[in-house]
Design a protein around this ligand. Structure first.
Ligand SMILES: C[S@@+](CC[C@H](N)C(=O)[O-])C[C@H]1O[C@@H](n2cnc3c(N)ncnc32)[C@H](O)[C@@H]1O
Length: 253
């Protein structure tokens, strides 16, 4: 099933390379001395190819969605003001689910993460994530890209690292039938010490209900990130960041 999502509203800077290519640029603003590069470059000029059997197009994945900008800017602020130590990614092993363009994960690498694993479906990894990783050579030693399809998580999760401190995911839930595969994937990856940071944009109250109930059933306890901790320039009705960690009783999914 393909579902057209209303497009992103927040705008990134752009840079034009010598060869005329125009790239998106996520400029780092907080504590530049502690970062690995001045800006993360992304190329979203992808063909709007329909991916048969998937829930999206390459255009959906290569767009830079508003929730991902809020999450990246919120994490960036933690360099300067540790409102919430759970949001500090420096020296952590980070994995991004449904990474799309890879903005959040690449930004985590720029903020000093020890390692970042960018994941999405195999076609998105090949056509968007790996090219975007290579646009940022200073981050390449810290970043790897791996196919992790939630519909095949039992197969694909063998390829991702075991020790994950922080799982990040932005705007990954918009249809109900992706919820259980996604929650099973998060459950399979998380250990007792893992923090899951979900930047969520509400698109359907019904889907949200299914999502939060499934996470609770999987044993995750939710804590909303305070709005004072979020980035004021990237606030939007319907977007919130919720932290999850294992702690509740676990049902079989
Ligand atoms: C709305 S986009 C968000 C992309 C990016 N996180 C952002 O916020 O800019 C949803 C992402 O979920 C990914 N996705 C959808 N179904 C998936 C699946 N079964 N397994 C892994 N990723 C999936 C899509 O490829 C896409 O990158």
């Amino acid at each position: 099933m393909l579902l057209a999502l209303p497009g992103p509203a927040f705008v990134l800077d752009t840079v034009r390379l010598d060869n005329g290519t125009v790239l998106d640029a996520f400029a780092l603003t907080a504590n530049p001395n502690a970062t690995r590069l001045p800006r993360v470059l992304l190329n979203r000029a992808q063909e709007a190819t329909d991916l048969a059997g998937e829930h999206h197009t390459v255009r959906t994945a290569s767009s830079i969605w508003d929730a991902s900008l809020q999450l990246a800017r919120c994490l960036e602020r933690q360099h300067d003001r540790l409102d919430d130590p759970d949001l500090a990614v420096a020296d952590k092993h980070v994995l991004e689910l449904g990474a799309g363009s890879g903005l959040v994960g690449l930004a985590c690498a720029a903020f000093g993460a020890r390692s970042v694993t960018l994941t999405d479906t195999a076609s998105v990894v090949a056509s968007i994530l790996e090219p975007n990783r290579q646009l940022n050579p200073a981050l390449m030693p810290y970043v790897s890209c791996t196919a992790l399809d939630w519909l095949h998580q039992e197969r694909d999760r063998q390829l991702v690292p075991n020790a994950i401190d922080v799982i990040v995911a932005a705007d990954v839930v918009w249809v109900a039938d992706l919820v259980l595969p996604l929650v099973r994937t998060i459950r399979a990856l998380a250990s007792a010490s893992t923090i899951v940071l979900l930047a969520h944009q509400t698109r359907s109250a019904q889907v949200d209900e299914v999502l939060f109930a499934a996470l609770a059933e999987a044993g995750f306890v939710a804590t909303p990130v305070a709005s004072i901790t979020m980035h004021p320039s990237y606030m939007k009705p319907g977007i919130r960041i919720v932290k999850f960690r294992l702690g509740g009783s676990v049902a079989t999914l």
